[in-house]
Design a protein around this ligand. Structure first.
Ligand SMILES: [Zn+2]
Length: 81
């Protein structure tokens, strides 16, 4: 997987054998869960900080993984393991 400036957790769902990421919008706080494959496919390739997609609620390109949201809003960065 690509390296991002911000790290985020991925939840593996055994029943569907798929990885999911909790997403949150930096603009309007809309939340949803996205499949990791879909997120990586749809995210803006020029973003170096985090995968980012268009928010279906406010239509700004500010929907990021919830862990990234927390880091940006809280002003800290998870250290890579
Ligand atoms: Zn939004």
């Amino acid at each position: 997987m690509r390296r991002w400036m911000y790290n985020f957790r991925v939840r593996h769902d055994a029943e569907w054998d798929a990885d999911y990421v909790g997403m949150k919008c930096l603009n309007c706080d809309y939340e949803e869960e996205m499949e990791l494959d879909v997120l990586l496919e749809c995210s803006n390739p020029s973003s170096e900080e985090s995968p980012v997609v268009c928010c279906p609620s406010c239509e700004h390109e500010l929907l990021v993984p919830k862990d990234v949201y927390d880091q940006i809003k809280g002003g800290f960065v998870y250290k890579p393991e």
